[in-house]
Design a protein around this ligand. Structure first.
Ligand SMILES: C[S@@+](CC[C@H](N)C(=O)[O-])C[C@H]1O[C@@H](n2cnc3c(N)ncnc32)[C@H](O)[C@@H]1O
Length: 246
């Protein structure tokens, strides 16, 4: 299934409204992970990027990329949507970095081009992981790392479409989450824990850590309502995978 055209149309259409709503949160300070903006300083997922060649898969308006460029990384921001890339270009700081239009499932880079490939609800949430993970592995050098944050299967399985919120009741089958229909025919992707392990191992990546970001009670979710409000303090809302290419 080719979700590239519909996903590109969706993100082009919603880019301005999305940035108006979310940039104040996700761009507030450097290195904030996920729906709860948990600092990387608490999660220790990325480490020092000084002098490293870094690719952000699905960089959006570049809140992460511009922070890592300012830290001295050689960053490339890749995104499918020209509207999102235009937002990234407008928001670029003094540390300039290249922006590339492309899809995570068809990366336009040579093998061994990067020391770190990463994303936060980016290309590994919006491209089929069985295509995007091998692409990320291909462009990494040996010893390079793939680090990415996605929604957890718990979060997706407990999401009640009828009331637009995450609940304490299982609403959807865990097996067969796979594709999630988004607005306008777009698609996002969600694997089971077992399928993530299969896809990562299938791309010859070593899993170093699976961080489950846990917000403190009272931390707002910038994207979704949950019932109870401290849902993500009690159950894992996100999976932050840390892997490397041996
Ligand atoms: C939720 S944003 C992630 C960016 C940023 N971390 C954020 O939270 O805003 C998702 C991004 O993925 C991009 N995207 C969607 N499908 C993609 C694909 N197949 N390959 C690369 N990027 C894609 C979208 O254009 C969008 O900018």
């Amino acid at each position: 299934m080719d979700s590239i055209p519909a996903n590109r149309r969706l993100w082009n259409r919603i880019s301005s409204a999305y940035q108006r709503e979310h940039d104040p949160q996700i761009g507030a300070t450097p290195r904030l992970w996920g729906m709860y903006s948990i600092p990387d300083a608490h999660l220790h997922a990325l480490g020092d990027v000084t002098g490293k060649r870094v690719l952000e898969l699905g960089c959006g308006a570049g809140q992460w990329s511009r922070a890592l460029a300012a830290e001295g990384a050689t960053v490339v921001g890749l995104d499918l949507s020209e509207a999102q890339l235009a937002a990234a270009a407008r928001a670029m700081g003094a540390a300039r970095y290249p922006l590339v239009q492309g899809a995570a499932e068809q990366l336009p880079f040579a093998a061994d081009s990067f020391d770190l490939v990463f994303c936060d609800f980016g290309g590994l949430s919006w491209a089929p992981p069985h295509l995007a993970v091998p692409q990320a592995a291909r462009v990494l050098r040996r010893g390079g790392r793939l680090v990415f944050n996605v929604a957890s299967p718990w979060f997706e399985a407990c999401y009640d479409e009828a009331v637009s919120r995450v609940t304490t009741t299982l609403q959807q089958d865990y097996f067969g989450l796979n594709t999630i229909a988004e607005d306008g025919g777009a698609t996002s992707y969600q694997l089971t824990y077992g399928d993530w392990v299969k896809v990562l191992r299938g791309a010859d990546l070593i899993i170093d850590d699976l961080i489950e970001p846990r917000p403190e009670p009272g931390t707002p979710n910038g994207y979704n309502k949950t019932d109870p409000p401290d849902w993500a303090h009690r159950w894992p809302a996100e999976l932050l995978w840390v892997t490397h290419k041996p």
